[in-house]
Design a binder for this molecule. Structure first.
Ligand SMILES: [Fe+2]
Ligand SMILES: [Fe+2]
Length: 156
């Protein structure tokens, strides 16, 4: 993939993470949710913030060493579709009277779709330190997806 396209994909992945930050931040501030539930969403929000920063680091790496980052098999349209989806979800989470379980279901769907997209796994770097960054974001993504699926089914 050409360098400017790699940068565009990475910029979109940062947008996805910051979109998730906005969604989870909003849920963390819903006053009718219980304190533990709001704390749960606040932690989620912090983790997504961390992902945004880590992906931004990959972007910075590519700016300083253009051949250090390769992206293969990410279809830019599916990334864009996911960004559009986040905008829709941001409206959904603002619905008055949204229940805690409906919020878990919304989170479960979005994390499952992101996990299926596996965008992060398609970024390739040679450097071990940056490989570790990619692994940690991918692991969190899988963790979020599994955890929210369980909560959406009433495991909490
Ligand atoms: Fe994330
Ligand atoms: Fe996540």
């Amino acid at each position: 993939m050409e360098q400017h396209k790699v940068d565009a994909v990475l910029a979109n992945l940062v947008s996805i993470e910051t979109g998730l930050v906005q969604i989870y931040q909003y849920l963390a501030n819903r006053e009718h949710f219980s304190r533990p539930v709001r704390m749960f969403w606040n932690n989620m929000q912090k983790e997504e913030q961390k992902h945004a920063q880590l992906i931004q680091e990959l972007r910075n790496l590519q700016h300083s060493r253009p051949d250090a980052v390769e992206v293969t098999g990410i279809d830019r349209e599916s990334v864009q579709a996911f960004i559009d989806k986040i905008k829709t979800v941001l409206i959904e989470v603002k619905k008055p009277g949204l229940s805690e379980s409906a919020a878990y279901s919304i989170g479960a769907v979005i994390e499952a779709e992101l996990d299926e997209g596996a965008f992060i796994d398609k970024i390739k770097v040679a450097d071990e330190q940056y490989k570790a960054i990619i692994r940690s974001v991918a692991n969190d993504c899988k963790k979020h997806s599994a955890m929210l699926a369980a909560y959406a089914h009433g495991a909490r």
